[in-house]
Design a protein around this ligand. Structure first.
Ligand SMILES: Nc1ncnc2c1ncn2[C@@H]1O[C@H](COP(=O)(O)OP(=O)(O)OP(=O)(O)O)[C@@H](O)[C@H]1O
Ligand SMILES: [Mg+2]
Length: 336
């Protein structure tokens, strides 16, 4: 395949120039025929004959293929990338949440699988979701899992970086992000979303932030893409009430209860096969710890086992690590 053709095909994709795309695609097909690669040429022809597929990206593999070649939008002034593209190998088994949340999340996923049927009723899957809840409860993790199970790469947007680094540029930056999102099918995570409420004290910034919020709400309302947009925050009380109404679904991530903590200990201790750990006891003594804390308690216990040259983890060792984490939690500054 001529490298010039490949370059032109990529350019036509970026410029959304369907005509150019077809021109070069046909040139490649005829070249392949000349090389006697009949089968390959026919396969390519079959793909482009259904040109509808060329307009909007539906196929997750297609997304993966182009992922690294799509120019990432950047901030005009400082040139930093406005988003990151990521992929994960995470599944629902990696998330321990209560049944209510689990049901909600699975129904979001199923909405996408039933997109075509929903369409016949004039309905779309739920595409704009707000995750809120205390740190370390699985908001970011869930976005990563949804990205993997749906097969849509994750577009990660550090919302606070976009907004606070250069307030005046925010509207342009948000517009660029939404333009990018609409070109493909992604799980878009707008992380640290609460920044829109954080800087209310400053009079000048207050007006600016208000404009940013209004601008964002407009973009969200007008969004007509194929992606799943997730906004995540742990300061939901700072969000503008108008914003809440914009979401198709709102999911509250809570600290794990005793039953969930037991599952978390079992899950994170899985790599340690030696000895039997009393996970019920561990769950009972760890009230107030988040899922992220429990995963850290486990790592810390394993680390201590290794550096102390032990072959097993004792319940006393884990108890002391849990105590350390509980004490540390009490000292945590209030982030608001
Ligand atoms: N519900 C959960 N089940 C299993 N593991 C979890 C869960 N929640 C968090 N973890 C573990 O803790 C790590 C950090 O969690 P995550 O980043 O999803 O928290 P978060 O809710 O986004 O927190 P923050 O509000 O600080 O952004 C995860 O990568 C995972 O290892
Ligand atoms: Mg997070």
């Amino acid at each position: 395949m001529k490298s010039q053709y490949i370059k032109e095909i990529f350019k036509s994709f970026v410029n959304e120039d369907k005509q150019k795309f077809l021109e070069y695609a046909n040139a490649i097909i005829s070249d392949e025929k000349k090389l006697n690669h009949q089968l390959f040429a026919n396969e390519l022809k079959d793909i482009i004959e259904n040109t509808d597929k060329v307009n909007v990206v539906h196929d997750p593999d297609y997304n993966k293929y182009y992922k690294r070649n799509i120019p990432i939008p950047r901030d005009n002034e400082k040139g930093f990338p406005l988003l990151e593209l990521k992929e994960y190998e995470l599944n629902w088994d990696d998330l321990i949440v209560n049944e209510d949340i689990s049901y909600h999340l699975h129904s979001i996923e199923k909405g996408f699988w039933n997109k075509e049927i929903l369409k016949t009723y004039g309905i779309k899957p739920k595409q704009k979701i707000l995750f809120f809840g205390v740190p370390g409860t699985g908001k970011t993790l869930t976005a990563k899992i949804l990205s993997n199970v749906l097969g849509f790469p994750l577009v990660y947007v550090r919302f606070d970086a976009i907004v606070s680094s250069y307030l005046g540029e925010t509207a342009t930056n948000l517009k660029k992000i939404f333009e990018f999102i609409e070109k493909g099918q992604w799980v878009v995570l707008l992380d640290e979303f609460d920044v829109v409420g954080k800087q209310r004290d400053d009079q000048y910034e207050h007006g600016e932030i208000k404009r940013v919020v209004n601008n964002f709400m407009q973009l969200l309302d007008n969004f007509d893409g194929e992606s799943l947009i997730i906004a995540a925050t742990n300061h939901e009380q700072l969000l503008d009430p108008g914003l809440w109404r914009r979401f198709d679904d709102i999911i509250h991530f809570e600290l794990p209860d005793e039953k969930e903590r037991e599952k978390l200990f079992r899950f994170y201790f899985k790599p340690i096969k030696k000895g039997k750990l009393d996970n019920t006891r561990l769950a009972a003594m760890s009230t107030g710890l988040s899922a992220a804390d429990i995963s850290q308690v486990v790592s810390e216990s394993i680390r201590q086992m290794i550096i102390e040259n032990k072959t097993d983890i004792s319940i006393e060792l884990i108890t002391s690590v849990i105590d350390m984490f509980l004490k540390r939690k009490k000292l945590e500054p209030n982030k608001i």
